[in-house]
Design a binder for this molecule. Structure first.
Ligand SMILES: Cc1cc2nc3c(=O)[nH]c(=O)nc-3n(C[C@H](O)[C@H](O)[C@H](O)COP(=O)(O)O)c2cc1C
Length: 131
């Protein structure tokens, strides 16, 4: 599983939607601005305001992500997260967020390790595993 350059740009430049699920199977979806790839299979996400998203991820680390411009970038990214409230990733998020909006105070850094990428392109490729 490798994010190509187009996928990386899509995640970095778009608003993205994060879908999580409670252990009971209740779904939750939120728009997120602070998401950026940091290597070929990992996306760093800033938790500034998350509530249900964070509760869900604490209990169930599975995450799915699509970008808002799915018409141009018809990909569904799936994987698992690790959450950091201190350390290298948290410091990186604090630095990144403060440069964009000084008044924001990130609560945690969410490290999203992507394991599967599916197509959501309408047509015969829809739902197929790409990578
Ligand atoms: C355009 C937009 C961008 C947002 N970006 C972020 C973000 O980068 N980080 C964040 O924690 N919340 C962000 N939010 C807030 C979340 O979408 C959401 O309100 C928050 O996670 C609480 O919802 P929850 O209880 O379902 O997690 C953003 C909201 C909007 C409308």
């Amino acid at each position: 599983m490798v994010l190509n350059a187009e996928m990386k740009e899509a995640i970095e430049k778009n608003l993205v939607f994060l879908a999580t699920s409670s252990p009971e199977g209740v779904p939750n979806v939120v728009p997120i601005g602070f998401a950026r790839p940091i290597n070929d299979d990992t996306v760093l996400i800033a938790d500034n305001y998350m509530k249900k998203t964070r509760e869900n991820l604490d209990a169930n680390p599975n995450l799915a992500l699509i970008v808002a411009d799915a018409k141009t970038f018809p990909y569904q990214f799936k994987g698992t997260v690790e959450i950091f409230e201190s350390g290298e990733y948290f410091d990186e998020v604090v630095d990144w967020v403060s440069k964009v909006k000084d008044e924001l105070e990130p609560k945690s850094a969410i490290l999203f390790k992507i394991k599967e990428i599916y197509s959501v392109m309408p047509g015969p490729e829809s739902g197929k595993l790409i990578s």
